[in-house]
Write a protein that binds this ligand. Structure first.
Ligand code: ADP
Ligand code: MG
Length: 725
């Protein structure tokens, strides 16, 4: 058997953790939570009262910080970090690669007398200049142009990154060009939150809330991932380079026994999870849930929801921590959307809502009819938004890896629809038919909703096949990919809902002209109109079914089957206009993203194609040739000894080898010939030529895996990777 496979199995069977055990009895989780975060508590302790108040106000949506305040904060932050053993600080930013980037600088300032002092001024805190010219900018910034700047995001707390040899103060930042154009994922999130706050405030004011306070979107991303032994990982160039297996025959056992989902967590995996959580607790990431997922060796981790901007930063930390800690336990964490064909892929269900300290969760039906009516307005806004901008929403989750998942039979379809559940659908349908009549009560603002049934808080009828489901007090965007930053989907959700809230607020303001008594009728009318126009997007049935695909087409819902079709929508006129109108992305910024994401698609598919070719030629065919040779000499000896020999096995292998050799030519040709023209043309070439050719090579290689002698097969098999742990 191949050395790598043998080594892996030996390593796993003799595995003993060398990690120092965590002892929560000695140090309870509550005492370590947030211990490495320069958060509210630490600021309160270390900052003069007036400064603390100013900073707290900014964090809660109350405007800008001036330089003098930043100076004081910087000093306090530095002292805190040095107390924690930090020698360096880093502006952490989120370039359009979707990954996290950081540049470290020492606190030490050399003095003329040869000594050093610890410096770190407000100026340095507020703004960094990482240069970082090699990140994708989609034409916004040529390398010869001025630099990129990082700008301190006061609303996301700084934290300490630990390493056995020292610690670093990490400061979340936005990354912009010298003209202020967004080069990153964070800037548009912050801008879209501003748009949302503004429009949501108008609505709650109409409902009589004079001081809505800061309203923001909330996010609770559930992260799915695989853990496999590192020995297998390194013996598979495809996993190592592309994050997914380009080869691998279906194992005799997959997930059909349904014995993995919520099953007992293997010891080594649990130890790893516990350490991941321990690390994240220190960073103030409120991770809460862990369990086995559906596919073998697949798991999930989910936090409690937070302010969406902070949640997005924390989500990046979750991904980094999973990868880092898995290594320590001899495993590799696979965040790819589809590491293994034939079993479930991984998603990142993005639970989304909006609310604030003064208004609560605005997607919570609430206790009183009044709250219910307001809730229905927000819900209607979401329905309208998702229907109007379903293509943009689809584009926000489009990348090569997610194509293997969306539309296949275990993930939500590529058709964007909303699951409301029977109860809520009933209510909207009644409103549409004008059956919910309002009644007025003296004294307070009643919106005539005594006739509304109390809304259920918890929905028993979960729908797992919907890409966008209402789940009692939030929406769950289930089509988001496991490896992607949640920022893109957040930006789109925030913006499209802001646009619908803007529309509704304008309608209501027009209809009521400041008279609260008119609100009731006005709200009913708006909801009625919206539901009539947009109910096509509501679908409570089985999203996987063939029937739905037909029905959706009849309803005129777009079905953007792959990333290229979806990304094309980014620069559709209405989407560019929307993002510009709400100051989320300028047309140039939107176009730059379109270019970057399509280029990325090309690179992803190209890399897979090249590696597929390489592995087929240097690993799979040689194994097959050896086996052919063995069979041939066996047949020759048998024939020599007995006069005749059965050569059907040899014939089978020979036929497959010939087909595999033949399939290599079109792949190699497709890789060698780029399309001419725009980035879109290139992407189409990769989608239509390279990808199918890659799949063809794989199909033949997998067929060979089923017949070639196991001890000659060079790659760890699905059975081994998924079940030996
Ligand atoms: P399930 O797997 O049943 O969908 P989980 O408990 O795994 O549920 O995840 C639900 C996620 O939804 C959690 O992260 C939770 O904090 C989040 N969530 C709950 N309420 C809200 C809200 N108002 N806004 C955003 N996310 C929310
Ligand atoms: Mg879950």
């Amino acid at each position: 058997m191949s050395n790598a496979r043998q080594a892996a199995i030996a390593a796993i069977t003799s595995y003993k953790s060398t990690e120092k055990p965590i002892n929560y009895k000695e140090t309870p989780a509550s005492s370590i939570f947030g211990s490495n975060v320069f958060g509210d508590a630490e600021m309160k302790k270390r900052l003069p009262k007036s400064i603390y108040k100013t900073v707290a106000k900014t964090i809660n949506g109350g405007g800008k910080l001036d330089a003098s305040v930043a100076d004081v904060v910087a000093g306090a932050m530095r002292d805190w970090a040095i107390d924690k053993g930090a020698t360096h600080y880093a502006h952490v930013f989120f370039p359009l690669t979707g990954l996290t980037a950081e540049k470290h600088d020492s606190f030490l300032d050399p003095q003329p007398d040869g000594t050093v002092l610890a410096g770190f001024s407000g100026k340095v805190l507020i703004q960094g200049e990482p240069d970082a010219s090699s990140f994708p900018s989609g034409g916004i910034r040529a390398t010869f142009e001025a630099r990129g700047y990082t700008a301190w995001d006061v609303t996301s707390p700084a934290y300490i990154l630990e390493n056995p040899n020292g610690t670093t103060l990490c400061i979340p930042t936005a990354f912009v060009s010298w003209t202020g154009e967004a080069l990153d994922k964070k800037t548009p999130v912050l801008r879209s939150m501003q748009a949302l706050t503004k429009q949501a405030s108008r609505i709650v004011k109409l409902f009589g809330k004079e001081d809505p306070g800061y309203i923001y979107s909330t996010a609770g991303p559930e992260q799915e991932y695989f853990l496999i032994d590192r020995n297998f990982y390194f013996a598979r160039p495809d996993l190592n380079i592309c994050g997914r297996s380009l080869f691998g025959a279906k194992p005799p056992k997959g997930q059909e026994f349904e014995d993995q989902y919520f099953g007992a967590i293997p010891e080594r995996v649990l130890a790893c999870m516990l350490e991941v959580e321990h690390e994240l607790f220190k960073l103030g990431v409120p991770v809460k849930t862990r369990h086995n997922e559906v596919a073998p060796s697949q798991y999930e981790i989910a936090p409690v929801y937070e302010n969406a901007n902070v949640a997005a930063d924390h989500q990046q930390l979750v991904m980094i921590t999973l990868k880092r800690v898995a290594e320590k336990y001899g495993m590799a964490c696979l965040l790819h959307e589809k590491p293994f064909a034939g079993i479930n892929g991984s998603g990142k269900h993005l639970n989304w809502s909006l609310g604030g300290a003064n208004v609560g969760n605005l997607l919570d039906p609430g206790e009183t009819p009044h709250e219910n009516m307001q809730f229905l307005v927000f819900c209607a806004a979401a329905i309208r938004a998702v229907h109007r901008y379903s293509k943009l929403l689809r584009a926000s989750i489009a990348h090569a890896a997610n194509d293997h998942r969306l539309g296949a039979n275990e993930a939500p379809p590529a058709i964007v629809s909303i699951f409301l559940g029977d109860m809520l659908t009933d209510i909207f349908e009644s409103i549409e038919k004008g059956k919910l009549k309002g009644a007025k009560k003296a004294g307070h603002l009643t919106v005539g909703v005594d006739s509304l049934p109390p809304l259920p808080k918890d929905y028993g009828d979960r729908n797992r096949t919907s890409p966008f489901a209402f789940t009692g007090n939030r929406f769950e965007f289930r089509a988001v990919g496991s490896s992607q930053s949640i920022s893109g989907p957040l930006v789109v959700l925030n913006t499209i809902v802001a646009e619908s809230l803007d529309f509704i607020a304008t309608e209501l303001e027009k209809a009521t002209k400041g008279d609260p008594k008119k609100l009731n009728d006005a709200v009913q009318k708006v909801i009625q109109d919206i539901y009539k126009e947009h109910k096509a997007v509501v679908f409570n049935g089985d999203g996987y079914s063939e029937a739905w695909h037909k029905e959706a087409a009849k309803r005129g819902l777009p079905n953007l089957r792959n990333s290229v079709d979806a990304l094309e929508q980014l620069i559709a006129k209405e989407n560019i206009a929307l993002l510009e109108k709400y100051n989320v992305l300028s047309p140039r910024e939107t176009k730059s993203r379109y270019e970057i994401y399509l280029e990325r698609y090309c690179k992803d598919v190209a890399t897979e194609g090249k590696l597929c070719l390489n592995m087929a030629k240097t690993m799979i065919l040689p194994a097959a040739y050896r086996y052919q040779g063995e069979l041939a000499s066996t047949a020759a000896s048998i024939k020599a000894a007995t006069g005749s020999a059965d050569t059907s096995a040899l014939a089978e292998v020979t036929a497959l080898v010939a087909k595999l050799e033949k399939s290599i030519t079109p792949l190699s040709h497709a890789i060698g010939h780029e399309a001419s023209g725009s980035v879109l043309d290139h992407a189409k070439h990769y989608r239509d030529e390279v990808l199918p050719a890659t799949l063809e090579v794989r199909a033949l290689a997998d067929a060979l895996e089923a017949v070639v002698a196991d001890d000659l097969w060079p790659l760890p098999t699905y059975r081994e990777m998924l079940f030996i742990r």
